[in-house]
Ligand binder design. Sequence first.
Ligand SMILES: Nc1ncnc2c1ncn2[C@@H]1O[C@H](COP(=O)(O)OP(=O)(O)OP(=O)(O)O)[C@@H](O)[C@H]1O
Ligand SMILES: [Mg+2]
Length: 259
Amino acid sequence: MLDAQVGTPAVTMRGVSRAFRPEGEAPVVALSAVDLTIDEGAFVALLGPSGCGKSTLLRLVAGLDRPDAGKIEAPALASQEIGFVFQDAHLLPWRTVEENVALPLQLRGVNSTAGDHTARVREALREVDLESAARRYPAELSGGMRMRASIARALVTRPRLLLMDEPFAALDEITRHRLDERLHELWREQGLTILFVTHTIFEATFLAQRALVMGRRPGRILRDVILDLPEKREPSLRASPAFMREAQQLLEGLEEASA
Ligand SMILES: Nc1ncnc2c1ncn2[C@@H]1O[C@H](COP(=O)(O)OP(=O)(O)OP(=O)(O)O)[C@@H](O)[C@H]1O
Ligand SMILES: [Mg+2]
């Protein structure tokens, strides 16, 4: 029997279009009538060739940009329970790690005492194993540590929806693997919904339950792939036949979408 309690989706897009009109140039259609539903609690990867509209889609969901047509619903945006992690860590160089992580709480003027802020910052740093670097400045951190600080800053407001735009693209592969593993654990622990842009098929396969593949302009979602892998992703999964099979399936989808 079907369960009657179907939850509210975390993101709904209906007929969403967005074009850019650079002065003196032809308009660039970044998204064309995109329809998409993302379930609450899902981990979804978004892939596609460069310039196909992935960042545009994320920025629209985050409310950082507006569509020309169509409708977007993301309940977490209305309730300010949304976090955004960019490719660059975007830390303020004159603030320590803990001061950077505290920033969203200060900007929101969260209704709480300074003591609450401190506790939340400490918890967010613990979640990414960065407590020992709390008093350091961004210039004193490795790239991986800077990214962890950026994730802690996104988690500090306890978002329900986390939007990540190629967050680990600039890191070496081993660091990326460790961060992917930690992110996946955080997702399981916290019941977050995550929409994660990546160019890396293996990363998408390791992290996500579902992968959306966008095609060349005008930006559309051409493939919607379910990744049939265990919910708990152990590092050893990467060497398993099942992982290779799912990655291969995704590669074929990406090749078709990029043709
Ligand atoms: N503010 C803007 N002004 C003009 N054109 C833009 C703007 N933002 C995006 N575009 C154009 O829209 C298209 C989609 O851009 P978008 O950044 O969403 O691509 P992407 O899939 O994230 O690419 P990448 O993988 O390289 O990050 C591109 O052709 C880009 O040049
Ligand atoms: Mg992009």
